[in-house]
Design a protein around this ligand. Structure first.
Ligand code: NZQ
Ligand code: ZN
Length: 386
């Protein structure tokens, strides 16, 4: 196992009624609050009113940054940073899905930065001071509630880039699974695919010595496979929503990847689809993942995919690693189809027009992937996904 440093200081308030802990967060970190949210789902579920009531009770004041788009835009970040400066904001409170959380994180960093906020997306090293960030999560998917990442889009240049800094980790996150009951079938399926992809990105690697992390990852993958279906069938199944929510955090908070060294592959490929076509992140991942798996399957990787097939899907019997690997990939693809996620890029209106430019940027985003890919390989994976 490789050396690692492990520290997750985010305080999690998980479960029914934990919204009341917002009182403690405001009292601890600051009463001048920037409330960041999206297109209004938090109003429909009563969360907006609850947040206002609690901040009021604490004697605090709220400034709002609303209308954050899925695939959050740099323009929202700039606006939020300006609001922080004008209103002496002390605490940035993100209430929503990953897009809202990611936007809020970079707002909190840009508030104390003299230059343009986009610099902090492109060069995380420029992040120095960051206002305290707290989150109230309403969609189980990205793990942004407990991780160091934020992904921001610049639609003018077709760039979607992930930045990362320890200081972007929220100081506290409130996670009441009931806030996710209202998430649509489409977003529930996309979120499930996103969590699975985070797990796959860490799991498929060469470090067999990280036995503990690999077995834990298989447990989280099985949990997500199991409860993703249930949440789709019964959106108000508390245990399904709770398990997905907690899995979303653990898929990407650093624990399962500790001691492993390789970088991610499918995410850089998908981010280009979102950057050029503004598609839902988890949907792009679900379409690309089985194609990526088949593309990199060879004698060298068959053992790892067979391990996945045996330990996650329970495939056994007197078959070769290659046969088990192929069945595991087919089952993974079928699972995404069962969630009613579109099967092809063509269904999303994507064609070959930008494959060259997208593959170039995706290739630049690869850093020591499990199996190295050339630009031509990436174009071929996109083609196979059409
Ligand atoms: O905008 P509102 O009205 O809130 O509606 C949202 C949005 O339309 C809706 N929604 C959220 N909670 C809801 C709800 N609708 C009903 N009831 C609720 N409780 O869902 C839609 C999608 O929201 P969004 O936040 O975009 O989804 P998600 O959480 O999947 O976030 C996706 C973004 O996160 C990035 C993605 O690239 C994408 O930009 N990622 C962030 C990561 C991170 N920070 O670590 C890692 C991921 O790999 C990912 O790249
Ligand atoms: Zn993701």
């Amino acid at each position: 196992m490789e050396n690692f440093t492990y520290c997750i200081p985010t305080k999690i308030y998980f479960g029914k009624g934990q919204i009341e802990k917002l009182r403690d967060i405001v009292n601890a970190y600051g009463k001048k609050v920037l409330l960041v949210y999206g297109g209004g789902s938090i109003k429909k579920i009563g969360l907006y009113d609850a947040v206002k009531r609690i901040v009021d009770d604490c004697g605090g004041s709220i400034t709002e940054l609303c209308g954050v788009d899925p695939n959050p835009r740099i323009e929202s970040v700039r606006e939020g940073a300006g609001l922080c400066r004008e209103n002496d904001i002390e605490l940035v409170l993100a209430v929503g899905g990953g897009s809202v959380l990611d936007c809020a994180k970079v707002v909190a960093a840009a508030a104390a930065y003299d230059g343009d906020a986009w610099d902090l997306v492109v060069s995380p090293k420029k992040i120095t001071r960051v206002l305290p960030i707290a989150t109230i999560l309403t969609l189980a998917a990205t793990g942004s509630e407990m991780d160091v990442f934020a992904v921001i889009s610049n639609m003018e240049t077709n760039d979607k880039i992930g930045t990362a800094h320890e200081k972007l980790r929220p100081v506290a996150s409130i996670m009441d699974p009931r806030f996710t009951f209202s998430v649509s079938r489409y977003q529930t399926a996309a979120g499930t695919a996103d969590i699975l992809s985070h797990l796959f990105e860490g799991y498929f690697g060469t470090e067999d010595s990280a036995y503990l992390q690999n077995r834990c990852a298989e447990g989280v993958i099985k949990t997500v496979l199991h409860y993703g279906r249930i949440a789709l069938e019964n959106p108000e199944d508390y245990d399904a929503r709770a398990n997905l929510m907690w899995a979303s955090s653990w898929a990407i908070n650093g624990f399962l990847e500790a001691g492993k060294i390789h970088g991610w592959t499918v995410h850089p490929l998908e981010h280009q689809l979102s950057a050029y076509y503004d598609i839902t992140h988890g949907v792009g991942l679900a379409i690309l993942t089985p194609h990526w798996m088949r593309y990199i399957l060879c004698e060298d990787t068959a053992g790892k995919f067979a391990e996945y097939g045996r330990n996650v899907w329970g495939i056994d019997g007197g078959r070769t690693d290659m046969e088990i690997a192929l069945e595991a990939i087919a089952l993974t693809e079928k699972y995404f189809h069962d969630l009613e996620i579109p099967k092809t890029l063509t269904e999303l209106g994507i064609d070959e027009t930008y494959f060259d430019a997208m593959a170039e940027k995706a290739h630049d985003g690869l850093s020591h992937p499990y199996v190295d890919l050339t630009k031509e390989d990436i174009i071929e994976i996109y083609r196979q996904a059409l």
